[in-house]
Design a protein around this ligand. Structure first.
Ligand code: SF4
Length: 335
């Protein structure tokens, strides 16, 4: 049977590569990332099926990237992200990675020592570095054990804040580690209806809450991300019920911050999705924004944020921020 795992030989020159080879039972060898992508494209299987393929290789470029934000938007917390793993096996219909990468396969770069050397040269000013922007931080942690390496590095970098971000329940690695104040874990939460319709293969809402709860019990602070908020039929009830559930299940003192954002996407993403599946995601009152992305009319966005923030504030005074929104929207909904 053809393996879905591929490697390039040079991963054997790196400790992380050798550790991963001790776990992988069955894999194929390719000469380069380009050859892997050529094999993938010859299958003509489409983005969603490509998600079943995985390459371990060595990265030539930079690992630390700054978060691109349109100049019209208010600054967000995640100023940088790490790019040691690209793509994710989950299949969220709205995922911007569909249009960001030319393929759906997951690629993990084993030369993590180069990433840490790069970080050594980065002078921290207490900014947040996320390791879950172009991937899911935890979904492959049982193979890569990357959480261990990241924690081991960032525990000595008190000048930086590390965010893990996930929709998985794969927290075993994190539970084996000590907890440090500058390292936290964010979960993206959505109402069950949204998970069912638009977040295929991800952990259920209950599973995400249980995982977040266990991490809080272990000592971690948890970040709540509700992004993208989707204008579903039963929106108000679905999202206020979600907040109720989160606030009554989690320890509110250990909620570090709450990030909200509404559905936004490029035309390219919409076209790619519609090539592969039927969905009602793009049929709503949408308008092209200042950054060229389609999003809900501003009145709908303000109403959605208002409903959610009003519910959140019943449970305390939390640090709430908006993703990819202009200053006047922040002022309006976070007054
Ligand atoms: S979990 Fe995140 S990275 Fe993975 S498919 Fe969903 S949105 Fe994309």
């Amino acid at each position: 049977m053809e393996s879905r795992f591929f490697i390039t030989e040079d991963i054997k020159e790196h400790k992380k590569g050798r550790d991963i080879l001790n776990i992988l039972k069955n894999y194929s060898i390719v000469s380069s990332e380009a050859e892997f992508l050529k094999i993938l494209k010859e299958k003509k299987s489409g983005f969603e099926k490509e998600k079943g393929y995985f390459l371990f290789t060595v990265k030539k470029g930079r690992f630390l990237k700054s978060y691109h934000l349109d100049e019209n938007f208010q600054k967000i917390k995640e100023e940088y992200y790490l790019s040691y793993e690209n793509n994710c096996p989950f299949n969220c219909v709205y995922c911007y990675l569909r249009d960001y990468y030319s393929h759906g396969a997951c690629i993990f770069y084993v030369n993590t020592e180069d990433m840490f050397h790069e970080l050594d040269k980065h002078t921290g000013k207490n900014e947040m570095i996320s390791c879950g922007i172009v991937n899911d931080s935890l979904v492959f942690d049982n193979i890569t054990n990357i959480s261990h390496d990241l924690i081991n590095y960032f525990k000595n970098r008190k000048d930086l804040i590390l965010e893990f971000r996930t929709k998985s329940k794969n927290i075993k690695g994190l539970l084996n580690e000590a907890v440090y104040k500058n390292i936290f874990v964010s979960f993206t939460f959505s109402p069950e209806e949204v998970i069912r319709e638009y977040e295929f293969m991800t952990a259920s809402l209950e599973e995400r809450i249980t995982a977040a709860k266990k991490l809080q019990e272990h000592g971690y602070d948890i970040g709540i991300r509700i992004d993208p908020v989707i204008n579903i039929k039963n929106r108000k009830n679905a999202y206020t019920d979600l907040i109720k559930k989160l606030m009554t299940s989690l320890e509110t003192k250990k909620i570090r911050d709450i990030g909200l954002g509404s559905l936004r996407y490029t035309k390219g993403l919409k076209n790619k999705v519609l090539l592969e599946r039927k969905t009602d995601l793009f049929y709503n009152e949408l308008i092209t924004g200042i950054d060229g992305k389609e999003r809900y009319f501003k009145g709908i966005r303000i109403q959605m944020y208002d409903e959610i923030i009003k519910e959140i504030r019943k449970y305390g005074d939390f640090d709430i921020y908006l993703g990819m929104e202009e200053e006047y929207i922040w002022k309006k909904v976070l007054k």
